[in-house]
Design a protein around this ligand. Structure first.
Ligand code: SAM
Ligand code: DTB
Ligand code: SF4
Length: 339
């Protein structure tokens, strides 16, 4: 596929799965070199966005997502709790800010945003309070209507996370209680309401490379591309149906991130769940392949994350630094400045 790096700078919405597979099938060095070259057209090569997650409502979810410890259908050891009050949320957000996070993402184990006005108002309150700390607010609350999206936007939500998770073909093996189309509709409401879109998926669920390419293909068809693309490595939680899925070859994770960087050139690609299983070297390879965002702190929603000390040491080791808030296109980064 002889193509110039400059030709890859502009987001395209007509990528085919075969084209994406051709990238993923390349010799690894050529794939990663291309991804890093595209990365530098839009982002600095030494910055990582730091985001913090908080589960504001944990467990007891009606859905059957096979990967998820929070589904009420599986027997998972979990500290479930109802919606936290605003003060508890703000106190966690404040700590996240002090630790250098610029983005605070609140997640709730719901099929969809609550219809009950009193509960929805409590969420809007929490959003306003976190926003007033000067943090970028992201929420992930399940499916929503256009009207709910507008109210979240007005309260100060910057990004709404709602993942496609995998390819349309593999999806029914993972979730049966909502459709791929339901997810696309939620994403449309988010976009129409003026929030930015955070949408990605999970690798390592037993899918094949074709499915990973299929997920990326679907993401490229979103107009505009999602501003953030979380790539989660499955956390195999005991008690979930996927607890015994064989681990994904780690080079496959790198290939997926590199292909994501190439076909979603202006999106932040977030190396999301699963980092406790990754060596520093693997994470470095993922950054080289174009990942430029991570979740910090010692917990994701319900599962462990490396923690601030480990991440500070990782960034120091790699000579990387936290990105400032709300960066988007940063112009041409094709020149390397040497000390
Ligand atoms: N309930 C809402 C929903 O599903 O849209 C929001 C929270 S849900 C936990 C957010 C995302 O976390 C899921 O879409 C999935 O991609 C990711 N996730 C959940 N469990 C995971 C696991 N065990 N490993 C990796 N990613 C996971
Ligand atoms: C996303 O794609 N990954 C984050 C965030 N969006 C909400 C969640 C990861 C959850 C991992 C399993 C857990 O901790 O419960
Ligand atoms: Fe519920 Fe979200 Fe978990 Fe699915 S991923 S079971 S919708 S919390």
């Amino acid at each position: 596929m002889p193509v110039s790096i400059e030709a890859l700078a502009q987001p395209r919405h007509d990528w085919t799965r075969d084209e994406i597979l051709q990238w993923m099938d390349l010799p690894l060095m050529r794939l990663v070199w291309t991804a890093q070259s595209v990365h530098r057209l839009h982002f600095p090569d030494d910055e990582v966005q730091l985001c913090t997650l908080l589960s504001i409502k944990t467990g007891g979810c009606s859905e059957d997502c096979a990967y998820c410890p929070q589904s009420a259908r599986y027997d998972v050891a979990l500290d479930s709790h109802p919606l936290l009050d605003t003060q508890a949320i703000v106190s966690e957000a404040q700590k996240a800010k002090e630790r250098g996070s610029t983005r605070f993402c609140m997640g709730a184990a719901w099929r969809s945003v609550p219809e009950r006005e009193s509960e929805f108002e409590r969420i809007l309150d929490a959003v306003r309070a976190v926003r007033s700390l000067g943090l970028e607010v992201c929420v992930t609350l399940g499916m929503l209507t256009y009207e709910q999206a507008v109210r979240l936007k007005e309260a100060g939500v910057h990004a709404y996370n709602h993942n496609l998770d995998t390819s349309p073909e593999f999806y029914p093996q993972i979730i049966t209680t909502r459709t791929y189309q339901d997810r696309l509709e939620t994403l449309q409401h988010v976009r129409r309401a003026g929030m930015t879109v955070c949408c990605g998926g999970i690798v390592g669920m037993g899918e094949c490379r074709d499915d990973r390419a299929g997920l990326l293909e679907e993401l490229t068809h979103l107009r505009p591309h999602p501003e953030s693309v979380p790539i989660n490595l499955l956390v195999r939680v005991p008690g979930t149906p996927l607890e015994n899925v064989p681990p994904l070859d780690e080079i496959e994770l790198v290939r997926t991130i590199a292909a994501a960087r190439i076909v979603l050139p202006t999106s932040r690609v977030r190396l999301s769940a699963g980092r406790t299983e990754m060596s520093d070297s693997l994470q470095a390879l993922c950054f080289l392949a174009g990942a430029n965002s991570i979740f910090t702190g010692d917990r994701l929603l319900t599962t462990p994350n490396p923690g601030d000390d480990a991440d500070a040491a990782l960034l120091r080791r790699l000579g990387m630094k936290p990105a400032a808030a709300d960066e988007t296109s940063l112009g041409d980064r094709s020149e390397v400045s040497l000390p």
